[in-house]
Design a protein around this ligand. Structure first.
Ligand SMILES: Cc1cc2nc3c(=O)[nH]c(=O)nc-3n(C[C@H](O)[C@H](O)[C@H](O)COP(=O)(O)OP(=O)(O)OC[C@H]3O[C@@H](n4cnc5c(N)ncnc54)[C@H](O)[C@@H]3O)c2cc1C
Length: 289
């Protein structure tokens, strides 16, 4: 049994003051679904955990702005996000993603902030939120800053967050004119960790792709935006030939790594097929086969 201090601050400011920019053994804890596994396996031995469970209720609230944007408190549970009418109205792709994100027991406990801050490239929400153009609002001792979710991850299980910073909210911009999809390819059960995640958002203008955001996760070291493939797509007609070219381009662009869910060459082939499918789903509204 590891002995450590458990702090349960009642305000966000107190929580930030209890963190330590220099000490990796001091960490915030939200739902604890990731952190507790790391502690049980001995990968992480804390000296102090700063629980965010009792901070102000504002940080669990989900609100829709008058312009159609969405603001989600980082302490909202994944189940809260899944069942929110506001979330469904602005970005139905989030609700769909939740249905296959682990199981209801994990979703009831895990929090949005923990899901993003953990930095695991296999997480389902970072690619989805990035393709929606979402940003994290982060608070620390010197104030607030905003980080696009697509720029939050610096490496394998690494983020650009400082040790004394907390994610407080996630803001999703208005989605009018955009259509989005996320396809998670699992090689075991449907709600398993993905071998590959592809998220895309398309803005279609007069039958052509006006703008696009295309993200890959799980098969790469960190969440990655496929910028070259986006260039291949912009201005092109929304049809099967365009999607096929994009699949080939993504396969060439993505720096895929193998793991227990598939070799690099297998995942590379998955990229080709799943980019095509995700684009078809967003572009033509087709459901996953
Ligand atoms: C059996 C199982 C299966 C799973 N399958 C999937 C899956 O298929 N897809 C998927 O996406 N996820 C999956 N997960 C992961 C799950 O989604 C994460 O464990 C969860 O989202 C982490 O949230 P948490 O609140 O429990 O984080 P915690 O464990 O509390 O924290 C995780 C990390 O984030 C830090 N942190 C927490 N909150 C904040 C904050 N507000 N600001 C800054 N840092 C913070 C902590 O210090 C820690 O480093 C699975 C988990 C389990 C246990």
């Amino acid at each position: 049994m590891i002995s450590f201090e458990l702090a349960e601050p009642k305000t966000l400011n107190e929580a930030i003051a209890l963190l330590d920019a220099e000490d990796p053994e001091v960490r915030p804890i939200s739902g604890g679904t990731a952190l507790m596994l790391m502690m049980k396996s001995g990968v992480f031995r804390p000296s102090r955990l700063v629980s965010l469970q009792k901070v102000e209720a504002d940080y669990s609230r989900i609100e829709r702005g008058s312009n159609g944007s969405l603001r989600i408190g980082a302490m909202a549970s994944l189940s809260q996000v899944e069942h929110s009418d506001e979330v469904r109205r602005v970005a139905p792709v989030i609700e769909k993603t939740m249905r296959h994100l682990s199981n209801v027991r994990v979703r009831n406990v895990a929090r949005l902030g923990g899901n993003l801050a953990h930095g695991d490239p296999h997480m389902d929400l970072p690619p989805v939120l990035s393709s929606l153009g979402a940003k994290a609002i982060v608070a620390g001792p010197s104030g607030q800053r905003e980080i696009l979710i697509e720029a939050l991850f610096s490496g394998y299980y690494e983020t650009v967050l400082k040790r004394d910073e907390l994610i407080t909210f996630v803001e999703v911009p208005p989605q009018a004119g955009w259509s989005s999809s996320y396809i998670k390819c699992t090689t075991r059960s449907a709600d398993d960790w993905p071998a590959l995640g592809i998220a895309c958002s398309l803005r279609i203008e007069g039958g052509s792709i006006g703008d696009v955001r295309l993200m890959i996760s799980a098969a790469t070291e960190k969440l990655t935006r496929l910028v070259s493939t986006e260039k291949v797509l912009r201005g092109q007609k929304v049809n099967e030939a365009t999607f096929e070219r994009a699949g080939e381009s993504a396969m060439a662009e993505a720096e895929v790594i193998g793991d227990s869910r598939g070799s690099a060459s297998y995942k590379s082939e998955l990229v080709r097929v799943y980019v095509r499918r995700a684009l078809r789903q967003a572009g033509l509204g087709e459901t996953q086969p």
